[in-house]
Design a protein around this ligand. Sequence first.
Ligand SMILES: Nc1ncnc2c1ncn2[C@@H]1O[C@H](COP(=O)(O)OP(=O)(O)OP(=O)(O)O)[C@@H](O)[C@H]1O
Ligand SMILES: [Mg+2]
Length: 210
Amino acid sequence: MQVSVKNLKRYYFEKLVLDIDNLTMEKGKITGIIGPNGSGKSTLLNIVAGLDDEYLGTVEYNRQLINKNIYRKMTIVSQKPYLFRRKVYDNIEYPLKVRKMKKDKIKMKVDDIIERFEIEDLRDKRAHLLSGGESQKVSLARALVFEPRLLLLDEPTSNIDPESIKIMEREIVRFNEETKGTVIIVTHNMEQSRRLCHDIIYLEEGKVGY
Ligand SMILES: Nc1ncnc2c1ncn2[C@@H]1O[C@H](COP(=O)(O)OP(=O)(O)OP(=O)(O)O)[C@@H](O)[C@H]1O
Ligand SMILES: [Mg+2]
């Protein structure tokens, strides 16, 4: 899904925290967003995710304004992921259940992603008891399981050990290559952005720089 932003301004009270004239993130690519703390990365991602509509300007998805159909084809993994107070398995199957997928297909998909993420040991754990890093892994698995057309990731590997980073990066790349799903990933890790991203956007004080 192509994402195109025009004349975007976001104020918090009097302060302008995001100011982007024109920015397009290409369909089927992995685009990285990097920049210092407070430069507006999460603000931009939340706006694209449809979680924040208190902005000026336009955001288009394949040249359309946001609508129900687009909304259900995208998802965000936030900096502080939110999981239900239920088992990890139930959390991961949730996006498939709400999309009314058949039971046996759901089980196949959830089992498959649990195996690929190597989180079999977490399967029956209650999600609110997970560590920060475990929650991030589970929430990426939950985002990938329904094969969104647009995947928004806000520092998905910030609390993650090196071995698990490898797994998560592998699965992000696999998702992009196999489904051609578009990915926008905020990261502080330059090496990671070089490993994963086709394009990189630099944000500084709310503006796109180079
Ligand atoms: N709810 C809010 N109320 C007021 N100001 C906010 C709010 N959320 C963010 N800001 C301000 O907007 C600016 C951009 O914040 P944002 O969270 O987008 O930064 P970021 O680039 O994601 O930073 P980080 O790398 O620390 O995650 C910051 O100056 C922040 O203080
Ligand atoms: Mg942020």
